[in-house]
Write a protein that binds this ligand. Structure first.
Ligand code: CAA
Length: 389
């Protein structure tokens, strides 16, 4: 068992750290305040290769492993979680799904645009009545010979207003239940695609979250992704990888909250000494450092399992549920350590606290992760317990 990073992985982490400090930190408070989409920053992420990190160089990607991806996600999430969710959806949900399940023509046509940042992509599964209960798709796809006709509404779509490509899940055979669901590659410019108003959110405020309406959208047959009826399995497989991305985002929030608290507590003095010298604060720092490290190990293990071709779905759910709870808990602690300063925008921790909440909700709520984990336990998939024959 090795816990060391390769030189390449360290170089990726350091590049992401520099990018976060130099390009994301200036302006992050203003973008959050005004819900301003980070257009320039996303363009630079494309130029630096952060938008298609794991995609093969044959399609314009970086050909990197998942460990490199989570290292970059952690660094960027310490500063700007609107940028890291844009990055996560484009990498884990859209590019990964297209590369794994697309035809050669689909990959050649779309991946170079997505990896370079010329286009962004979004993943359209959630609906007004199908969030956690994702098989209850009301969006329909009717087979019309050489094309499908798509009708329905998708909710809470990250990158919804800025994406040129949508991966859309829709029900093509209601009698078949989840086995009737298909995934389609839809171009945002096609007739019948309407983008609703941008959501005014608690956190990740400069990311772009929209309702999207599909009204008699003609989707050519060649834009069916994977095979007919495979769309739900596609969504689940893709989301399993996505959960590692969101777990690394949560890890970045927790690590950012810890680092800011450590700095502040060594500078701020009360009763004649730095507050880090008071046991009340020192013990908080100890708990933060310990749980951030535990979350990091879980995120890296899930990423490593994915790179090894192992079944990583339980590891991904465990990493997401744990890291997101650590992010929430320690971003609240960070505000407490900063006292009155923590409650104002200038010190960054209140933003991290607002951003943390969504990591317990999107790409499968904490409750959904517990469904995945408990099913695996009860089906005996975890490990062989000593006490149970
Ligand atoms: N890989 C492959 N196949 C899978 C799978 C996986 N990880 N999980 C389930 N399946 C298959 C099952 O084997 C089953 O197939 P068969 O019919 O052939 O047996 C089929 O899918 C249906 O599975 P279930 O019976 O387990 O389905 P369920 O209704 O009980 O739901 C669930 C299970 C885990 C709750 C699932 O619905 C789920 O994950 N819900 C949450 C959805 C979610 O994460 N949404 C996030 C939206 S995207 C987003 O948030 C992006 C963003 O903006 C940042």
């Amino acid at each position: 068992m090795y816990f060391t990073l390769t030189e390449e992985q360290i170089a990726v982490r350091d590049a992401a750290r520099d990018f976060a400090r130099m390009e994301l930190l200036p302006g992050v408070i203003e973008r959050d305040r005004h819900m301003k989409f980070p257009t320039e920053q996303v363009k630079k992420m494309g130029e630096l290769g952060f938008l298609g990190m794991m995609v093969s160089p044959d399609y314009g990607g970086g050909g990197m492993d998942t460990i490199s991806y989570v290292l970059a996600m952690e660094e960027i999430s310490k500063v700007d979680n609107s940028c890291s969710v844009i990055m996560s959806v484009n990498n884990s949900l859209v590019c990964w799904g297209l590369e794994k399940m697309g035809t050669e023509e689909q990959k050649m046509k779309y991946l170079p645009k997505l990896t370079s940042g010329e286009w962004l992509g979004c993943f359209c599964l959630s609906e007004p009545e199908a969030g956690s209960d994702a098989t209850s798709q009301k969006t329909t796809a009717v087979d019309c010979g050489d094309h499908y006709l798509l009708n329905g509404t998708k909710n809470w779509i990250t990158n919804g207003g800025s994406s040129s490509l949508h991966l859309v899940m829709a029900q093509a055979d209601p009698l078949a239940g989840s086995r009737g669901i298909c995934t389609f590659i839809v171009e945002a410019s096609w007739p019948g695609v309407t983008i609703g108003a941008k959501e005014d959110k608690l956190g990740i405020r400069s990311s772009d979250t929209h309702t999207i309406m599909y009204n008699d959208v003609k989707v050519p047959k060649e834009n069916l992704l994977s095979s007919k009826g495979d769309g739900f399995k596609f969504a689940m497989k893709t989301l399993t990888g996505g959960r590692i991305g969101i777990a690394s985002q949560a890890l970045g929030i927790a690590a950012g909250a810890y680092e800011l608290s450590l700095n502040y507590s060594q500078e701020r003095k009360t009763f004649g000494k730095p507050i880090s010298s008071h046991q009340a604060i020192a013990f908080k720092l100890a708990d933060m450092a310990t749980e951030v490290e535990a979350a990091r190990l879980m995120v890296h293990r899930a990423a490593w399992m994915k790179d090894q071709g192992l079944d990583f779905s339980v590891a991904a759910s465990m990493a997401k549920v744990f890291a997101s709870e650590v992010a929430m808990k320690h971003s609240i602690e960070a505000v407490q350590i900063h006292g009155g300063y923590g409650y104002v925008k200038e010190y960054h921790v209140e933003r991290l606290m607002r951003d943390a909440k969504i990591t317990q909700i999107y790409e499968g709520t904490s409750e959904v992760q517990r469904i995945v984990i408990s099913r695996a336990i009860l089906q005996g998939q975890l490990y062989q317990p000593m006490w149970i024959e």
